[in-house]
Design a protein around this ligand. Structure first.
Ligand SMILES: Cc1cc2nc3c(=O)[nH]c(=O)nc-3n(C[C@H](O)[C@H](O)[C@H](O)COP(=O)(O)OP(=O)(O)OC[C@H]3O[C@@H](n4cnc5c(N)ncnc54)[C@H](O)[C@@H]3O)c2cc1C
Length: 265
């Protein structure tokens, strides 16, 4: 039996289904992410301020979607653990390497920056004063983002060659090159946590944000340079826009699969 509703995959993007219709919001989030939309019942705080409650009836997390089929009633989402979810509309929020986007035949055009973002948590000698510090260096900026516990999260944009070199250094030597690059703004670099190297490439979608009974949102739809610092904002606005369309469609009692709904996506 197909439930009225739509499935989300990824980090539990959001739709604020209207209370006037029964929707099952099925969200897949690999490690459960709490957050404004992660709780069972949460007040939707989409930028549109729609005071709708999300009846988050089913939350499948720590599972991966591995296949997706289109049928006359909607789409089926096959999970790695064998479960099959059915929904009238699938919204993919599974990030820049979205497998669902490829399954839906939506292509991307993009380009490599030959840059990486080195991301780590560091303990500094001086207090960050809840200030984000950014230093523009030859290969790219070094940003210290303040964390509540007094540490900093760094995003160090480097050429891929340099980032591989820095990643291979023992912690003590890594802290030394980091302190040098920081210009001493936060004093000595005392400790560094696990360091992640993220290759930076950007893309836009070649054709469309939507397929049949399918839409992408967030980084699955557009990936921009992390230093733009706009990825989350753009993703939230995608989610709010889709939520608004779902509510309007609900109010007019139109099926989510109506061509007019797809056209307005
Ligand atoms: C170094 C760095 C710094 C950044 N700094 C900023 C910043 O300061 N400000 C800002 O606004 N943005 C910033 N961004 C961008 C921001 O992180 C992204 O835009 C945002 O995380 C996108 O959210 P999303 O939910 O669309 O995708 P993601 O955060 O990528 O989440 C996708 C989720 O889907 C899951 N998933 C993938 N495939 C499947 C599957 N098959 N089944 C189920 N789940 C799946 C993944 O595990 C992941 O949890 C930064 C990015 C980087 C890399």
């Amino acid at each position: 039996m197909i439930e009225r509703g739509f499935a989300l995959t990824g980090t539990c993007g959001v739709g604020c289904p209207s209370r006037w219709r029964v929707y099952t919001l099925i969200a897949l989030t690999p490690p459960f992410r709490t957050g404004p939309f992660g709780r069972k019942q949460s007040h939707c705080c989409s930028p549109l301020g729609c005071a709708e409650y999300i009846a988050l009836r089913q939350l499948h997390y720590a599972c991966k979607s591995c296949d997706m089929q289109l049928n006359e009633k909607g789409r089926q989402l096959h999970l790695k653990d064998g479960r099959v979810l059915e929904a009238e509309l699938i919204i993919a929020a599974d990030g820049r390497d979205s497998s669902l986007r490829s399954m839906a035949g939506i292509k991307v055009t993009g380009w490599e920056y030959n840059q990486d973002g080195l991301v780590a948590t560091v303990t500094t000698e001086l207090d960050h004063q809840f200030t984000a510090w950014q230093r523009f260096l030859e290969e790219g900026p070094l940003a210290f983002l303040p964390l509540k516990n007094g540490q900093c999260s760094i995003v160090w944009t480097l050429s891929s060659e340099t980032s591989k070199h820095h990643l291979s250094l023992p912690d003590k030597d890594f802290l030394e090159v980091l302190e040098q690059a920081s210009g001493g703004i936060l004093g000595k670099m005392l400790e560094v946590g696990p360091t992640l190297r993220i290759s930076i490439y950007v893309f836009n979608l070649q054709n469309n944000y939507i397929g049949q009974r399918f839409a992408v949102c967030g980084d699955a739809a557009h990936a921009m340079h992390p230093l733009a610092g706009q990825g989350v904002n753009a993703g939230l606005l995608d989610a709010a826009t889709i939520a608004e369309l779902v509510i309007q469609t609900g109010r007019k009692n139109r099926p989510l699969a109506s061509p007019r709904f797809s056209a307005s996506l």
